[in-house]
Design a protein around this ligand. Sequence first.
Ligand code: PSU
Ligand code: MN
Length: 303
Amino acid sequence: MKINYTSEVKQALEQKRPVVALESTIITHGMPWPQNYEMAQKVEATVRENGATPATIAVIEGEIYVGLTAETLEALAKTQDALKLSRADLAICMAKGLTGATTVAATMIIANLAGISVFATGGIGGVHRGAELSFDISADLQELAQTPVSVVAAGPKAILDIPKTLEVLETLGVPVIAFGQDDLPAFWSRSSGLQAPLRMDTARDIARAHEIRKTLGLPGGQLIANPVPLDKEIPKDHIDPIIQVALDEAEKRNISAKKVTPFLLTRILELTDGRSLDTNIALVLNNARLAAEIASEHSMLGQ
Ligand code: PSU
Ligand code: MN
């Protein structure tokens, strides 16, 4: 499999220095231009400031890229028609020579191929509200069950059914680890009102647990739920009614499948006058910081 690496990422991997994978759907489908490009650059800078090399992952004209140049990143951020690639779409996009942004699931697959153990994003996909009728459960959950990458997110997105998402992750044997607190964070809010199944307080323990899972022969990764910084959080009772308005609209307009998450994120941004975007950016940067620390611990463990 041909993978295009930036020289920076290639060198870091060869020298077993810390590398953090970053997804691209958050750029193309999660935020508007130009904030998406500014966010992507800031995330890469944050990873570097914290001692690791950033590797933003995407498919450009049918080829896999692990690490993007500033020009490619800018072009991708401006693209209107990039595909949203999950596990099911990756090979088809490549066979057709098309350009696509990778979701959490597809980014994990490529990170693993490239030998990268740690990945930072905003929020993962999960079980959608009303899934008992729509059957809408993100492929991100299955991926966490089978691909050995630790994903640092701010918890499942609050637009989801969080209790059901936790149940599915438990069934799939995925460790859901709150970082530094007992409560499970819920993306824009520091707490979902639910206790997280597991808690860890140091990057070192997270890296060690990842390696121990491998030694035990357990497939799959870990979900690290890192709470958004306090000064940027939107408390649960403030965001919940706004989410409800967006969900009602999505239902009325028959938004389904891949379009649901981008539609809800865009509507919530509008309904909060941009505050949700501010919070989204802050939490991604916070996750990039923790992911860089975890990646550094992996390097020290000699992995
Ligand atoms: N986190 C964000 N913004 C996003 C996403 C995550 O802050 O846009 C994307 C991720 O790529 C995730 C995807 O994998 O949404 C989930 O989409 P779906 O619910 O359709 O599986
Ligand atoms: Mn879905």
